[in-house]
Design a protein around this ligand. Structure first.
Ligand code: FE2
Ligand code: FE2
Length: 349
């Protein structure tokens, strides 16, 4: 592919002299006798190099240079100046001209300069193209990685949900207790101002809260009557068992902490550690309340669900003993309709 050169000079003789010399070097030359004509040609031909005189009728070569560099930084420009006019020549370099030649010029000098400038331009363009394709590749790969991460996190979530469904089924839960308490927990957590990663951990902790029951035998878990002392001790291990299962998994460390404390009580009478008020993670304090809320409003094999008003009364009774008083007040201020929307089920009257 041969390079295009635009020669801008009001003297036809000079245009022809330059054209014929450069065409012998296999360049394709185009001539313009003033700046307007030059711009008209620039709109039609992919010009690589402009050779321009400075003094011309109408707009000058300096005007041409200034406008040209504004449109295309990479186009090469060689200015031809009178010997007496070094100030203008330097101004041109300042404005972005790649080189200048003084009149009268030797044609060999022009050819050599043109070759250099064309070479330099093609190197610049190559570099730019490489850069662009590199940036594109990086962008493409980033998108791919992001997609994979998303797919992975979906895969994690579906695995966890499947596991929890199996646990709920084993406890003969009607509907999905774990998913409902997850929704309640997130709902309340958002109202308290928890966001982002912490909110996600809250959701996972709620979803997996009773995962430690996986280690409890069916005889105890599904026993219709009251538990004896040893059975009760086994049952009370489930927060620690849950913690032991999850705390080694990097992305479940936060949820594991919440699970460890989900049976603590605000007044310190809970288990496993008997933590009090602020010692209990906020996530566990939120969760403890909604776990009770859902347990009381769901049918169990041994008792029917309580009406909404009665459940509210019971929870408020435990304000400050079992539950964090602030969280209890927040719970009590939220209308029944919002809880129903949150769980997707109607409470009984
Ligand atoms: Fe539990
Ligand atoms: Fe529960």
């Amino acid at each position: 592919m041969s390079n295009h050169i635009l020669i801008v000079d009001d003297e036809e003789m000079i245009r022809e002299l330059l054209s014929s010399a450069l065409e012998q070097e296999a360049y394709q030359c185009h001539g313009a006798s003033n700046v307007d004509e030059a711009f008209a040609l620039l709109g039609e031909i992919p010009v690589d190099l402009v050779i321009s005189d400075i003094m011309m009728p109408g707009r000058s070569g300096v005007d041409l240079l200034r406008d040209l560099k504004r449109i295309d930084q990479d186009i090469a420009v060689l200015m031809i100046t009178g010997l007496s006019d070094m100030t203008t020549a330097l101004e041109c370099v300042h404005l972005g001209a790649d080189d200048y030649i003084t009149k009268p010029f030797g044609i060999n000098r022009v050819i050599l300069t043109v070759k250099n400038l064309i070479e330099r331009r093609s190197l610049t363009l190559e570099k730019k193209q490489y850069q662009t394709s590199l940036e594109f590749k990086v962008m493409e790969q980033t998108a791919q990685i992001r997609k994979t991460m998303n797919e992975l996190s979906h895969a994690y979530d579906s695995t966890l949900t499947a596991l929890v469904k199996a646990l709920d089924a084993r406890e003969k839960e009607v509907g999905s207790h774990s998913e409902r308490v997850m929704n309640y927990t997130v709902f309340l957590g958002e109202k308290i101002g928890i966001t982002g990663k912490e909110l996600q951990e809250l959701a996972k902790g709620a979803l997996l809260h009773d995962i430690g029951k996986i280690g409890i035998s069916d005889n105890i878990l599904l026993k219709p009557g009251p538990l004896d002392e040893q059975e009760w001790l086994d049952m009370r291990c489930h927060p620690q068992v849950g913690y032991a299962i999850l705390s080694d998994i990097e992305f479940l460390k936060g949820p594991a902490e919440m699970i460890l404390s989900h049976h603590e009580r605000f007044d310190g009478s809970g288990y496993p550690k008997g933590l009090k008020d602020e010692q209990i993670p906020i996530s566990s304090r939120i969760f403890a309340l909604v776990d009770t809320l859902d347990a009381m409003t769901s049918n169990r094999p041994y008792r029917k669900a309580l009406p909404f008003a009665q459940m509210t009364e019971e929870i408020i009774k435990c304000r400050g003993s079992q539950f964090d008083p602030d969280i209890t007040d927040l719970f009590a201020s939220i209308p029944r309709r919002q809880w129903e929307e949150c769980s997707g089920k109607r409470f009984i009257d």
